[in-house]
Design a binder for this molecule. Sequence first.
Ligand code: C2E
Ligand code: CA
Ligand code: CA
Length: 602
Amino acid sequence: MNTLAPHLVRPPNSAMDEDALARLLLRYGVGQGEQAAVRAFGRIIRAGELEEALLSRFDLGEAAVGVEPSLRAFCTELARITEWDFTPAWPARLVDLWSECYLGGAVAEFPFIAIEALMASCQLHLFSDRAMVHRLELDILTALVRLGWCLGGLLSEVSIDHEQTFRLNAEDGDAVLGIPNRRRFLTLLADGLSRVADGQAVGLLVLDIEWGRSVDVLAMDERDHLRLALSDAMRAVLRSNDILCALGDDQWAVILPALQHPAQVSLAGSKLVDACEVLRGNNFPGQRGRFHAGGAWAPEHAADPLGLVHAARAALVAAKASGRAFDLYCSETAARSHGDAGFESEVARALEARQFQLHLQPQVELPSRRLVGAEALLRWRREGRGFASPPDILQVLERIGLMAELSRWVIQQAAQVLATLAAAGCEVAVSVNLVAEDLKDPELPLFIRQTCETWRVQESRMCFELTEGGLVSRDGMSARNLEALRVGGGRLALDDFGTGYSSMDYLRRLPVDELKLDKSFVERITITDNDRAIVELMVRIAHTFGLEVVAEGVEDAATEAVLNEMGCDRAQGYLYAPAMPIEQFIAWWKSRRDALVGTETP
Ligand code: C2E
Ligand code: CA
Ligand code: CA
């Protein structure tokens, strides 16, 4: 842990004596009976079991050793809940550990999140999935929940005290926002970088706001109110161990420790800007402002704090120059943006001249491997240069504002594909990829319906894939527009699940039918137990919400076997086939069908 300023080491209220403890327990209804129940639970649970469950829940397990020692230590201690002898020593230790986490930049909600996770583990252990429970088990659960509330109350007081201290000590914290300031930011960043584990990344985002005149003329307290609201909105979309710092009046930084996938930097960056814009639009509609963010990650872009700050700022400058909300550091950005003006016009011409194609990648049902669908993927063969990468094409189309046109073209092609497949007797669904912008087009649902009518295909055989970033658009949740897409019977899939800040909350709130596990997750399930457990949990939760789960990027039989065990519904990947032109796809389907028929008939 970093060295803390002496006045920040201990919050004023952490002293815990017998009396204080007795009052606390009383306030939350933890009496003798509850204490006995918790001890009884301690005897039926294997030592270390809760700890394991909790650490893996936060990705703080073996793989992350040395990354977040303070959060890890806190969770480890919290998991000893069943060993508590109800003397003040244990809660006092918990308070100290939490102080350390809080001062290291953990979000104030973390204890609640951890306690909730702990309760979920206890419940799972007590009941697993039994429908009938014993009275005693219920008593134990009630006691644990009361105790959970009690600890939550205690720890949140600690956070409030610290926040207060931050406000009073402008030396380390921003006096208005109660978060670390520029000075402390560099210490925290250096700290995060010194702890990065092998194979992991530390991300850095810098966010800057260019306010219009209307904000310049605000009174001081109104401006503080605006900053505070923005700061809270940003904090709300970050992970619990991301650290939000105030660099200046209109500039913030976020340290993203222990990233498994550097792609999370971009996702967090876009999410941060979105959160600010949504807040401005909803709560401060009269204030004009432009939000930009730049991101970089260690060790790829720089391994030292100043270098990383420099890279993130360079990305911020690039974002401002291009008018984009977010940019990731790229040493060639400048070079590429000049050199590839040619590519840009080539792409625009290709779209206009209808030179793009859709290839189909099979989706099979598990475990039968029966063909049930296909994802339509964009392909463009450049004159004499082979296929261009779809992400490169899409980036250009987005930049020059032709995304909506591409999506309409893709939908038309997909309808045509469905008609061709039906004519060949291949009655499967076709998935198309859409983007956030498409949800803003109020005419799109009508366009889809008319296109399907033209090609005489059922809309219910189309599935629209949107990424998490696409679903949570600038104007907040686009649930209504999503519903409109489904009116004709088409399905909705949440694409690339697992890469972003995928919140289980989306699964509950958004009207989606299926969830696509990103290949970056799928490819790891045979490598680490941790990844496997996470994917398994995702499958289970998706099923709880009635969603079908499709695994992307399945490349080998071992991965497929694990997916089968987890009860994953469908799979897609090179193990079955890559994306193919439609004629080849039909031929592939026929040969497999014939092979299957061959094995079925004696
Ligand atoms: P995505 O939606 O995640 O699509 C899956 C990508 O994984 C495809 O890359 C596919 O070719 C690739 N893939 C499939 N199986 C495997 C496997 O077993 N191993 C590995 N390593 N990769 C596999 P592709 O075609 O390069 O497309 C990249 C991304 O471009 C897509 O990611 C999608 O986000 C976007 N995209 C493609 N076509 C369209 C389109 O028509 N419209 C829009 N809006 N986006 C598209
Ligand atoms: Ca997709
Ligand atoms: Ca993907």
